[in-house]
Design a protein around this ligand. Structure first.
Ligand SMILES: [Zn+2]
Length: 260
């Protein structure tokens, strides 16, 4: 990995001199066989996989570290991951090799500090997942396996949630609620805010579709109707069919019909 990176840098320097049009506008993006590189000083670290650098001519680049996925800031190990990346890069002059940008216009790149691949290091430290859906590098896969075996960083958690799953959980309620085919949201509680199952309140209970059972909406045996604050058990016709969410047996007040 290191030797490949160094040879890329070497060819970057050669082609750099030919990039006159780019140089004149103060943007130093060098293209070598579809691989670009950009250098600059890290002025901000947003989280464990996103940084901002300022390059030549005061040009600012937002960089999304390629091939890795770090925990979200609100997620377990999110802050530690951010801190670890800061330790490696903040205030330093770095080089980023990249091939493409993401839909937000961020450079999808590999960050090097003194020839060291920081993306790989974050995986090795257990502060980022190898983003296997977008990358098949054996070195990254091996680094993740090793971090996991040694329970480093986020792997010290027996049940780590991938950042991707975490993001999906946070979003799942809204799109489902907006869908005409599925007027009810697959609701959940996330980050302290409660999202409810939206039952078709205009319809009689018997013709409503029950809230789906899945990992974020478990069948706990109790259902809290948030309109009435009544708790229902499995025998009740209201179970999973009112506006509410799966609850424990000590939430709300017991339903007068089913006993809660
Ligand atoms: Zn009931």
């Amino acid at each position: 990995m290191k030797s490949i990176a160094i040879s890329l840098f070497a060819s970057s320097i050669v082609t750099c001199c030919m990039c006159l049009s780019a140089e004149t506008v103060g943007v130093r993006i060098n293209t070598v066989a579809n691989t670009n590189s950009v250098s600059g000083r890290v002025v901000s670290v947003a989280d464990g996989d996103t940084i901002t650098i300022i390059g030549d001519g005061n040009t600012q680049y937002k960089i999304r570290l390629n091939a890795i996925d770090a925990p979200e800031k609100s997620q377990a190990f999110g802050q530690k991951s951010k801190q670890q990346l800061s330790n490696y890069v903040f205030g330093k002059d770095i080089t980023v090799t990249w091939k493409s940008k993401d839909k937000y216009g961020r450079v999808l790149g590999t960050v090097f500090v003194g020839g060291k691949d920081i993306n790989l290091q974050m995986v090795r430290d257990g502060y980022a997942h190898h983003y296997k859906r977008f990358d098949s590098s054996p070195a990254y896969a091996a680094a993740e396996t090793e971090a996991r075996q040694n329970r480093r960083g986020l792997w010290s958690d027996p049940n780590p949630i991938s950042p991707e799953d975490y993001r999906h959980r946070g979003k799942s309620a809204a799109p489902l609620a907006a869908s005409s085919a599925l007027p009810r949201s697959s609701a959940q509680r996330e980050g302290g805010s409660r999202v409810e199952y939206r039952a078709g309140n205009a319809m009689p209970v018997s013709s409503r579709t029950a809230a789906p059972v899945n990992s974020t909406w478990p069948d706990t045996g109790f259902w809290l109707s948030t309109n009435s604050n009544k708790r229902h058990n499995r025998k009740c016709e209201n179970y999973r069919k009112t506006r509410g969410y799966p609850c424990s047996k000590d939430e709300g007040s017991p339903c007068g019909k089913c006993g809660g």
